[in-house]
Design a protein around this ligand. Structure first.
Ligand code: MTE
Length: 313
């Protein structure tokens, strides 16, 4: 189970003042500068088939401090490698992501088995700096590398019955020791409504901090949906399915009362076992206020205009 940590309780007067968090804005730059990924990263044993060359820097950025790379790559949730925050980095280093395939099916014109390079145009890779807010009330700011999920989905030609997109993580208990325990129903499953999946902020990510994706962060390919709790951002994806019905998702299957299908970051809807009003930014001492839609409301609130977010949490 996802558990909240307790020791960061502080007095109200010590939290970030309102003016400061109000200043946190999303910057969308028309054109960033070019950077080149360092292929010989410490995680180069990941050796996925996609070669990342030049990428567009800072396509979306924030005026907030980026989380230290060492923290973002060692404090992880990836239950396939264990439930401890330090388990993924320790237990995933031999995870073989070479010759990775993604199976596409359901309501689309182009079902089949795809290699990463069939789905991702490596010359279109961009860097986006997003907040990541875990449902456990900690957060980070991470520079991801990837392409809009929409650019991939359009190639697959969803038809008019495709109302949702479902994703699955690899199921391979020999490589993923956490799958030998039934903490969740494996494989890990997630899903989005098609308009959420097509939203320009939704990213399919293949790297971070200018490097290919570390195994512990979801190599070789993972989703990043910045306005939703982190568990929606499924790692190590092996299938994409277009469906007419809302797909089942792992955390919702495990406890629907605690983890909704939508799981938009919402400080007004508490987890049944803890408050969602504040969060601890990893690397900082004081908690800060959690923002509605994780600060991306201007971009995404209209997706939910006709919904009661307390019911559809
Ligand atoms: N994807 C899979 N397959 N398995 C997981 O356990 N954990 C989720 C999400 N994606 C998870 C997953 C949770 S709870 C969070 S907060 C983020 O991954 C953490 O991503 P990070 O470790 O890269 O920070």
């Amino acid at each position: 189970m996802i558990k909240v940590r307790k020791p960061w309780e502080i007095s109200e007067s010590k939290v970030t003042p309102e003016e400061i968090y109000q200043q946190r804005r999303l910057f969308m730059k028309a054109g960033g500068t070019l950077g080149t990924v360092m292929l010989l990263s410490p995680w180069s044993n990941a050796s996925a088939s996609l070669v990342i060359g030049d990428y567009q820097r800072n396509v979306i950025t924030l005026d907030e401090e980026i989380t230290k790379e060492a923290d973002a790559t060692s404090y992880n949730n990836f239950y396939e490698f264990g439930t401890g925050k330090g388990d993924p980095v320790k237990k995933s280093q031999k995870f073989d992501t070479s010759d990775w395939k993604i199976t596409v099916g359901g309501e689309c014109g182009k079902p089949g088995e795809y290699a990463l390079e069939d789905l991702i145009d490596s010359s279109a890779i961009e860097e986006r700096i997003y907040r990541l807010r875990c449902v456990e009330a900690w957060s980070m700011v991470i520079p991801w590398l990837g392409v809009p999920l929409a650019s991939i989905l359009k190639k697959l030609e969803p038809n008019s019955k495709a109302r949702y997109v479902a994703f699955k993580t690899l199921h391979d208990p020999r490589q993923m020791p956490g799958q030998n325990r039934s903490v969740l129903q494996w494989p890990y499953r997630e899903g989005l409504r098609i308009d959420e999946a097509m939203h320009p902020l939704t990213l399919m990510s293949v790297g971070m901090y200018g490097k290919t994706m570390p195994n512990q962060n979801g190599a070789p390919i993972r989703l990043v949906v910045p306005w939703k709790y982190g568990f929606k951002s499924i790692k190590s994806i092996v299938s994409i399915d277009f469906t007419e019905e809302q797909p089942s998702t792992s955390w919702n299957m495990s406890s629907s009362r605690e983890y909704g299908f939508y799981s938009n970051v919402n400080p007004e809807v508490n987890h049944p076992r803890w408050s969602q009003k504040k969060e601890r930014r990893i690397g900082e001492f004081f908690k800060q206020d959690t923002l509605m839609f994780n600060g991306y409301g201007e971009e995404v609130a209209s997706l939910y205009d006709d919904m009661d977010l307390r019911v559809n949490f």
